[in-house]
Design a protein around this ligand. Structure first.
Ligand SMILES: [Zn+2]
Length: 292
């Protein structure tokens, strides 16, 4: 079925994988493919329509954030992250804005459902849901969400490239297209505290993060934040790929600051992470309703 919204959404997302200089032609090509129904079976357009959907009520916003968080945990699992219970995705509640949703402890990420999320209060108490949480998740996420009122979600887990990259304690440089997303927009938590034991540790991370989209926790791993859950999750996956590029290209030659800023502006103009999230859901989660 063809409609204007779907065509626009599909082209907006697919355009991100095209070389910047060929955006216009690529967009036209994709629209032609859509019209002749030659788009492959992944049905990304339907998922993308969801990612462009604007919620109207508090309940709809809450449901969307929780659903994206559950899908996000499954996406982390699809990359074989969090298999040992390491890592967490937070989703701020739209009404009780000092509270956030987390996956309750002992639920494997690959089995995450909306009903497995619990609402964590400002003192670490459970406001809704039953079970226990990983206390480190509260120590890390609560101070970040408190310090950044516009942030809805933070994502952190230990990854194959992000953690070793973090061990080197060096910043991201604009050495690849995706690296530019983080140009002048990330920080390093240059601290020995790899075992965050209290909210004071989280406050120091929040201080290091500042107003950036991401922070590298030295000797620990990556952490991203965003004003949407899907944006934070998608950005995390992209950041891991950026870390991989840095670890593989040891003698990379960075592009100029001017070129990096241009690429960043283009790549982030409509959200860098949420389009990645839509693609990842289409690729790795056969039926997104499995989390409902
Ligand atoms: Zn960690």
């Amino acid at each position: 079925m063809i409609d204007g919204i779907k065509i626009k959404a599909l082209s907006d997302v697919l355009i991100r994988c095209a070389p910047i200089s060929s955006n216009i032609n690529f967009s036209k090509e994709i629209m032609t493919m859509t019209e002749t129904e030659q788009v492959p079976q992944l049905k990304i357009d339907e998922r993308v329509q969801g990612f462009l959907y604007e919620e109207k009520s508090i309940d709809e916003i809450r449901q969307r954030r929780k659903r994206d968080a559950a899908l996000g945990y499954r996406l982390l699992a699809s990359q074989r992250w969090g298999d040992t219970g390491d890592g967490h995705i937070s989703a701020r509640d739209p009404k009780r804005t000092d509270c956030f949703w987390l996956l309750r402890h002992a639920v494997s990420f690959h089995q995450a459902r909306v009903r497995d999320l619990v609402l964590v209060g400002p003192n670490g108490e459970l406001v809704e849901g039953e079970g226990v949480i990983n206390p480190a998740a509260y120590y890390i996420h609560a101070p970040i969400l408190s310090a950044r009122p516009e942030v809805v979600s933070a994502v952190h887990t230990h990854t194959g490239w992000g953690t070793p990259f973090a061990a080197e304690g060096r910043p991201i440089e604009p050495i690849t297209q995706e690296s530019c997303i983080f140009f002048e927009d990330h920080a390093i938590f240059d601290d020995d505290e790899v075992q965050v034991q209290d909210v004071e540790g989280g406050r120091r991370i929040a201080l290091a993060l500042g107003g950036n989209r991401a922070v590298i926790l030295r000797n620990h791993g990556l952490l991203t934040v965003a004003d949407r859950v899907d944006e934070a999750v998608g950005s995390f996956v992209v950041m891991e790929r950026v870390a991989e590029a840095h670890m593989k290209a040891m003698n990379a030659r960075p592009i100029s600051a001017e070129a990096a800023r241009y690429a960043k502006k283009d790549l982030t103009s409509d959200g860098a992470g949420r389009s990645a999230f839509a693609w990842l859901v289409a690729r790795y989660i056969a039926d997104p309703s499995v989390v409902d």
